[in-house]
Design a protein around this ligand. Structure first.
Ligand SMILES: *Cc1c(COP(=O)(O)O)cnc(C)c1O
Length: 433
């Protein structure tokens, strides 16, 4: 009955996640509180690996795009499921390495990696860099030369595919800050350049066409364009690229309106395209990678708040204020992202009306949702926002000097604290005077 199969109603009539009572966890750890279901994350990882294995054999690696949720523990979980990981900053790389994640399965992304980050990554022998632009290409070549190593790379290509998604999370078209474009020859030029550099080992091409994509078609369209591009590289330069990375962006369900393809359908679709194009152009089957972030963790997570004031403005709206907000989930404030909410103490209670759920931060735009159907709410009630496993903790801030909430991981009814609640002392730890 719930949007995620992690959620059930238990014998107390409470909401449970991964078999653990949400109300008890809120009592034990306080609110606001993020809760994630480890078993759900692991099941999703296996779905990706099994689908790729079945459709494409062993010549693949799934990289978890860790910007969706980065912490030491998640790197341990996804490592144990046989995934690689993407990082987009020195901080994510540091966290992954500290978690013991194998450097040989880490890829470094981003449109403006700093010289210090590049050096840090090279010194730690990460698997590869997804190079964004020609400035970075030369910086990487020079840094690799200085360190006496060769940097393995692929290029971030804009395939010009319409991903049918929100403007803010669409990245495959020419007017994007990420990557080099195909249609104006930029992609060709940068590959030509890379082949002349002695400390660069060019292995593949990469595209990431956006996020929260429900259809399989944009992925296979991108795969087709990228394979054609690989064929033209081979024809032009006599150089056969061995790796194709099709990025992330697989859609998930935030609300009942969302209707994504299954993981299997998407994988089947683009692997069929890759095989077909390889045959058509006489290319070897490339090593394939994908980079799901949101779809690995989003549906495994919820956030629990305590309701404070309930402000009914007759003829206008009712504001239900909670003890968190844009500091732990900025996605409604940023791009109007919709979430489902319910009261974990009585999850099956029928909605009595629609309310605006507001945060506790000093911005009028600090809302978690508008027109949210909820039963009668009174101060002190717990309120749960569903599907917050991705881009919530990782986007959290200390605006208004609000400490970040803790993260509890549950697994088959057992709970453990994987990130502790920030304290006021943490908030002043960097204040020198
Ligand atoms: C953000 C991002 C991803 C992950 O996207 P999701 O929508 O979370 O799956 C993968 N690859 C790249 C390059 C990204 O920037």
């Amino acid at each position: 009955m719930f949007i995620s199969d992690s959620l059930t109603i238990n014998n107390n009539g409470h909401l449970a996640i991964g078999g653990a009572d949400v109300v008890s966890l809120a009592e034990k750890y306080g609110t606001p509180l993020y809760i994630m279901d480890e078993d759900k994350i692991r099941r999703t990882c296996r779905e990706y690996n099994n689908a790729l294995k079945e459709c494409y054999g062993d010549n693949f690696l799934v990289f978890y795009a860790s910007k969706a949720f980065s912490s030491k523990y998640i790197y341990k979980v996804i490592d144990s499921e046989g995934f690689g990981t993407d990082v987009v900053s020195g901080g994510e790389l540091y966290t992954a390495l500290k978690a013991g994640f194998p450097a040989g399965k880490i890829a470094f992304h981003g449109n403006n990696k700093t010289p210090a980050e590049i050096e840090f990554a090279l010194k730690n022998n990460i698997r590869d860099f997804v190079v964004d632009n020609v400035f970075e290409l030369h910086l990487l070549d020079e840094t690799a030369k200085k360190l006496g190593v060769r940097a393995k790379i692929s290029f971030r290509i804009k395939p010009g595919v319409d991903a049918h998604t929100h403007d803010f999370i669409k990245t495959g078209q020419i007017d994007s800050k990420f990557g080099v474009a195909l249609e104006n020859g930029e992609a060709f030029d940068i590959i030509k350049e890379a082949l002349t550099l002695s400390n660069i080992e060019l292995c593949g091409v990469h595209c990431h066409i956006g996020s929260q994509i429900f259809d399989a078609e944009p992925f296979s369209h991108a795969a087709e364009i990228m394979m054609q591009f690989m064929a033209s590289i081979k024809n032009e330069f006599g150089y056969e690229l061995s790796e194709l990375n099709l990025g992330g962006g697989f859609g998930i369900r935030y609300t009942e309106k969302d209707d994504p393809n299954s993981i299997y359908e998407s994988v089947k679709n683009f692997t069929d395209t890759v095989k077909c194009e390889a045959q058509k152009h006489g290319l070897k089957l490339p090593f394939i990678s994908i980079e799901p972030g949101r779809s690995v963790v989003a549906e495994s997570g919820i956030t629990v708040y305590t309701v404070g004031s309930v402000k009914n403005i007759p003829g206008v709206r009712t504001y239900v204020s909670v003890d968190g907000g844009m500091t732990d989930n900025p996605r409604y404030a940023l791009y109007g992202a919709e979430y489902m909410m319910l009261l974990p103490e009585r999850p099956s209670a029928k909605p009595s009306g629609k309310v605006t759920v507001a945060g506790r931060n000093c911005e009028s735009g600090d809302l978690l949702g508008e027109d949210v159907p909820l039963p009668e709410v009174t101060p002190g009630d717990l309120l749960t926002v569903l599907t917050t496993g991705a881009y919530n903790y990782s986007m959290a801030s200390n605006y208004n000097r609000v400490p970040r909430p803790p993260v509890v991981m549950v697994n088959h009814g057992e709970d453990k604290l994987i990130i502790k609640r920030e304290t006021y002392e943490d908030l002043i730890a960097n204040d020198l005077m």
